[in-house]
Design a protein around this ligand. Structure first.
Ligand code: UDP
Length: 468
């Protein structure tokens, strides 16, 4: 039996798809997997995920404990810097672990490229599982070239950023990590993407019908500027297919069971998304004004960061009535459900009462929505989510994007009401729902035996099996 190892950085948005791919290899391709994960004690979501996941015996989870970070992580570090520093520090025992395991290959996520050096010493080929869109992958492969050719900030460029073979990227859509080139976060991102050409292959969690242009560009460009394009394997869409339901989760599902089909808007902002107090108030009253059924996954607002719950989501210290506007829960309880912090997202999206998803457009949430044919309201918050929102709303046609009045720092309640009604009851809603259903069907076909994504995975496994 072919044995490979996986290594994920700590964020749930990375752990979940890598783990899903590992399970897929075990169940459908006869591969045995050792899954190395950096454990972050503060992450209740991570703890719950591994303690509730159904894990087949051919998949062994190996915890790499995060070392003491006192004095290494500081409060002023941005999220990606924290993640990268935690990963770097935690990977010190990696050589020893891999030498013991002796796998045929190591599959890493983008923020663990230090493993490439270790694997070179051990003669283990490394594959990168790219957990975001192929559109971001093209931009990332081109970033070292843009970096050496551009003076000043990318966000100050007079026009959009042109990546060979891809639709131009508006500067306001650029991912957070490249918006300030003087920040450490940028240097970390550049460091990791510059090393992508060193891997034996990139596994992309996407498919043709979702990202035709970007996949074509990746196939046809042997080089993105200075970087040679490694062999690409589009293996998506791969999403979580099972979720352990707590008693609270079961109540959510039984509430959904009692609603008409396609009638509920699900609002959830990823594993870390948070809103400012002002924005949360506008969102809440906009939902109330729309008079549509909804489930709101509520998080304590913070004005400091749009990813304020990244390491704490899923913890119980969260009472929505303490921070939602006065009277909101009472006024909406006849037709809505407010839940605290974390929801069984895939189970909700799969449910036939769910009619639309207001999402921060993280890549996993995007795929989970499309695999279940659910149209979206795009509410991007951090990382590369603005690029995803533009792709979904303007190129693919499965999402509606609310707009802020120029000069306003928040999206107003009237705009929230407008988009919610447009998606739940309007003509626009019908159109994007139709498109979402088409993508659901194409996702199903491409993933089943004989489909392109299934075959891509077979090719990678053949390579691994042919290793000495
Ligand atoms: N998730 C969930 N319940 C929640 C919030 C998030 O199960 O209440 C899961 C979601 O299903 C997805 C992941 O967390 O698999 C979030 O990944 P994504 O790439 O969408 O966003 P990120 O959290 O990385 O920003």
């Amino acid at each position: 039996m072919c044995h490979v190892a996986f290594l994920s950085s700590p964020g749930m948005g990375h752990i979940i798809p890598l783990f899903q791919f590992a399970k897929h290899l075990v169940h459908h391709h006869g591969v045995r997997v050792s899954f190395l994960v950096i454990t972050v004690e503060a992450s209740a979501a991570q703890y719950q995920f591994f303690h509730s996941a159904i894990i087949p015996p051919e998949l062994q989870v190996i915890n790499i404990p995060q070392p003491d970070m006192a004095g290494i992580i500081t409060n002023d570090m941005l999220l990606l810097t924290q993640l990268c520093v935690i990963t770097q520090e935690s990977l010190k025992p990696l050589k020893f672990i891999l030498a013991e395991l002796n796998p045929k290959a190591l599959v890493i996520d983008i923020f663990a490229t230090q493993a490439i050096d270790v694997c070179e010493e051990l003669s283990i080929p490394v594959y990168s599982f790219f957990t975001a869109s192929a559109t971001l992958l093209t931009f990332s492969l081109y970033l070292p070239t843009l970096d050496s050719q551009t003076e000043g900030e990318f966000v100050d460029l007079p026009g959009p950023v042109e990546v060979p073979g891809c639709p131009p990227i508006r500067t306001e859509d650029l991912l957070d990590q490249v918006r300030n080139r003087k920040n450490e976060e940028y240097r970390w991102y550049l460091f990791h993407v510059s090393r992508m050409s060193l891997v034996a292959g990139i596994l992309a969690n996407t498919w043709q019908d979702l990202e035709r242009d970007a996949l074509k560009a990746l196939k046809e460009n042997p080089f993105f500027g200075e970087i040679s394009t490694p062999p690409l394997y589009p293996i998506g869409p791969l999403i979580k297919d099972d979720e352990f339901l707590t008693d609270n989760d079961a109540e959510i599902i039984s509430w959904l069971d009692n609603q008409p089909s396609n009638s509920v808007l699900f609002i959830s902002l990823g594993s870390g998304g948070t809103l400012s107090s002002k924005q949360l108030t506008e969102l809440a009253w906009g939902l109330e004004m729309s008079q549509q059924r909804f489930i709101l996954v509520a998080r304590k607002p913070t004005d400091a960061s749009a990813s304020g719950a990244f390491f704490s989501a899923g913890s119980d210290e969260n009472d929505p009535s303490a921070y939602l506007p006065d009277g909101f829960i009472q006024k909406t309880q006849e037709f809505a459900l407010v839940i605290s912090s974390w929801a069984p997202q895939v189970t909700v999206l799969r449910h036939e009462s769910t009619g639309a998803f207001m999402s921060h457009c993280g890549w996993n949430s995007t795929l989970e929505s499309l695999v279940h044919g659910v149209p979206m309201i795009a509410w991007p918050l951090y990382a590369e989510q603005r690029m995803n929102a533009t792709l979904l709303a303007e190129e693919v046609g499965v999402a509606v994007k609310p707009v802020a009045v120029p000069g306003d720092e928040v999206i107003r309640r009237e705009e929230v009401e407008r988009v919610v009604r447009a998606v739940m009851e309007g003509e626009q809603g019908k159109a994007i729902r139709g498109r979402a259903r088409e993508l659901k069907e194409s996702a199903r076909k491409i993933s089943e035996k004989g489909g392109l994504s299934y075959n891509s995975t077979c090719h990678v496994v053949e390579h691994w099996n042919s290793q000495g």
